[in-house]
Every structure is written in structure tokens, then in C-alpha cells.
Design a protein around this ligand. Structure first.
Ligand SMILES: O=C(O)c1cc(=O)[nH]c(=O)n1[C@@H]1O[C@H](COP(=O)(O)O)[C@@H](O)[C@H]1O
Length: 271
């Protein structure tokens, strides 16, 4: 999918919501536990319920690979079920020496046909390039993550006094442009969004951390939106587990709709 297709979908839905499919078997309502593939059944109902309110889905791979071959099967069925107009993100946080990265890329782009994958930047250019070699596919590079541990390394100043995450952004922009690379910036890092937009005026940012991690959608949107939207805001647990009962899908829809309505207001104001 290219950037203009994504922006068109955002305009059509008046939403830049990404629903995170962090499907935890322990949190799936009991009436679904009896089905042959509870993870896929849950995802299917979540996708049906939220599709009107979002433009992207992000399965977090850990929740699938924890179940071995059966989990990979649930993931494959999930990715095949998501309609083609949705931007799909394999949240796999991969990155290794070149030939290994190339195989990760084949796994997620060829076997599973995801549009994008999250990649850790710390092994450098040759670990990211194999993902960039795939036409119409995206790399979403971890820049400034939402967790408290982000301060252990990412915000540390280098000799030049520039924080490490800024150097990651600056250097990696030489590897690919805004039509192929996005950056992960945590919603909990709102105070950095002004600076990040200076460094990345035209890029899409994947912003996780709204909902369970307490990130503020309005603040992130006010500073982060650009003229092509430029944001995909992810929420996982607040949508998936809005209810633990038989009404989980309708409650997930209500939660997604609430976020979509806030996003429509933000788009009208700031985009
Ligand atoms: O790459 C990510 O998606 C990611 C980066 C980051 O900095 N913080 C972060 O929470 N995530 C992911 O985003 C999702 C957030 O989930 P919730 O906190 O439940 O909305 C999880 O799948 C995380 O792994």
C-alpha cells in the first residue's frame, strides 16, 4: 500500500486509528474458548466490530508465536481475514545481520503479506535494508518508544549532546524516504512530538500508548498531525478487552468509535 492510498482511507473513515491485535488467550471470553481456534475467532469478531472506525490493524507477533505452530496458524488466518484496504503491521520488532533480516522480511512480507513490519534500528543500516528491498512494503523503525525503559538508552545524549533517538532518526532518513519508512514514537512521549515533527515533517508516525499506557490522544494529535495526517495511533487492550463478557465485540466497537470521533475532530482542527 502506498502513502496516498493510506491517506485516502484516513480521509474516508475520518480516522487514523490502528487496532492492536494483542490477543491474549487468557483474556478471551469463556464462550469462545470452546471453539477450535479461539484466537482467530476473537480476532474475526474484533475486526468485524471495529472495521468502520479504523484504518489499520497491528497484530503483535508475541501473542501468536507464544502458542507455537497453532499460534502462527491463527496469525495467518487473521491476516488473510483483514480486508485489503486496511494497512497491516506485523509488530515483530525484528532486525539482524543482513541475510537473516532478509528471511524475516520474506516471512512477514511474502508468506504473510503484511504491509509493514516494526524493526529495531540498533544493528544499523545493513540490518534494515533487506526489509526496504520489498516494493510497496514499509519499515516502521523504533525511534522513541512508549515504555519507561526508553530513557535507558534512547534519550541519552551523545557527545554532540543530541539524544540517541534523534541520531537514529537523522541517520535512518538516508536509508529511505517518507514513502517507505515510518517511525514508532510512543504516545507517552508527547513533550518530544514538536521536535520529532521538525525532524520528520512528512513521515507517518506509528503512535502506540493511547489507552492502557495513558498517552493523551489530543495532545499527540495537536502536535503530531501534518497535512497528510501523518499519524497512526494504536490502541490494543483498551479496545480488545473493553468487556470480558459475551458483549466484548460491541464494547470494542464502542471504544473504537469513541476514539474515531475524537480523531475526526482532531483532523478537522489540525490536518
Ligand atoms: O512497536 C509498537 O507497536 C510499540 C512500541 C512502543 O513504543 N510501545 C508499545 O506499546 N508498542 C506496542 O503497542 C501495543 C500497545 O498496547 P496497549 O498498551 O495495550 O494499547 C503493544 O503491542 C506494544 O508492543
Amino acid at each position: 500500500m502506498n502513502k496516498s492510498d493510506l491517506f485516502r482511507h484516513i480521509q474516508q473513515k475520518q480516522s487514523y486509528l490502528c487496532v492492536g491485535l494483542d490477543t491474549d488467550i487468557q483474556k478471551i471470553p469463556s464462550h469462545l474458548q470452546r471453539t477450535s481456534d479461539p484466537i482467530f475467532e476473537f480476532n474475526k469478531q474484533i475486526i468485524d466490530a471495529t472495521a468502520d472506525y479504523c484504518v489499520a490493524y497491528k497484530p503483535n507477533i508475541a501473542f501468536y508465536e507464544a502458542h507455537g505452530a497453532k499460534g502462527w496458524e491463527s496469525l495467518q488466518k487473521t491476516i488473510e481475514y483483514i480486508p485489503k484496504e486496511f494497512f497491516t503491521i506485523a509488530d515483530a520488532k525484528r532486525g539482524d545481520i543482513g541475510n537473516t533480516s532478509g528471511l524475516y522480511a520474506r516471512a512477514f512480507f511474502e508468506q504473510m503479506n503484511f504491509d509493514s513490519i516494526t524493526v529495531a534500528p540498533y544493528m544499523g543500516k545493513d540490518s534494515v535494508e533487506p526489509f526496504l528491498a520489498f516494493e510497496d512494503k514499509w519499515v516502521i523503525l523504533l525511534a522513541l518508544t512508549s515504555n519507561t525503559g526508553s530513557h535507558d538508552f534512547q534519550t541519552l545524549p551523545l557527545k554532540s549532546s543530541q539524544p540517541l533517538f534523534e541520531q537514529v532518526i537523522e541517520t535512518s532518513q538516508k536509508w529511505a524516504g517518507a514513502d517507505k519508512m515510518m517511525y514508532v514514537i510512543g504516545a507517552t512521549q508527547a513533550e518530544q512530538f514538536g521536535r520529532i515533527r521538525q525532524l520528520l515533517p512528512g513521515h507517518f508516525l506509528l503512535v502506540p500508548g493511547v489507552g492502557a499506557q495513558g498517552g493523551d490522544l489530543e495532545e499527540v494529535s495537536r502536535i503530531g498531525l501534518n497535512k497528510e495526517c501523518g499519524l497512526l495511533v494504536n490502541s490494543s487492550r483498551s479496545i480488545l478487552y473493553a468487556s470480558s463478557g459475551e458483549d466484548f465485540a460491541s464494547q470494542a466497537a464502542a471504544e473504537a468509535q469513541k476514539l474515531q470521533q475524537q480523531m475526526a475532530t482532531m483532523l478537522a482542527k489540525y490536518c
